[in-house]
Design a protein around this ligand. Structure first.
Ligand code: FES
Length: 121
């Protein structure tokens, strides 16, 4: 085992976006059937356009985040610990703009709320 925290921090890493693409063969909803891959692609595109993809913001495709819905995908952003469900691909730019700022300059912030919950409905 290698402890690489210092290496990763020195590379400039600041945030992690996790996008659920979990599939399940059952009657229950899952993000794979609710646009998970399309949401993942939109997240990567938005970050690439601002030149922070993988350099500062890493994106991970993940299994179930416990926010399953047939209406959209579950997304969480860390270390700020913000959680979303029902995310549709066309909503990704607005979600990321609210979180990171329009040019993705608001990175690496702590868990304080960046978004008023009522403004998301
Ligand atoms: S399948 Fe995506 S949150 Fe459960």
């Amino acid at each position: 085992m290698n402890h690489r925290t210092t290496d990763v921090r020195e590379q400039g890493f600041s945030d992690h976006v996790l996008v659920c693409t979990n599939a399940r063969d059952s009657e229950y909803a899952c993000c794979a059937d609710a646009g998970g891959q399309a949401v993942l692609a939109r997240v990567k595109d938005w970050l690439r356009e601002r030149d922070v993809f993988w350099s500062q913001v890493r994106v991970a495709e993940t299994s179930c985040l416990g926010l399953c819905s047939a209406e959209g995908t579950a997304v969480t952003i860390h270390p700020r610990s913000h959680w979303y469900s029902d995310v549709r691909p066309e909503e990704v730019p607005d979600l990321l703009r609210r979180e990171f700022g329009s040019e993705a300059t608001r990175l690496g912030v702590g868990p304080e709320p960046a978004i008023e919950p009522s403004s998301m409905n």
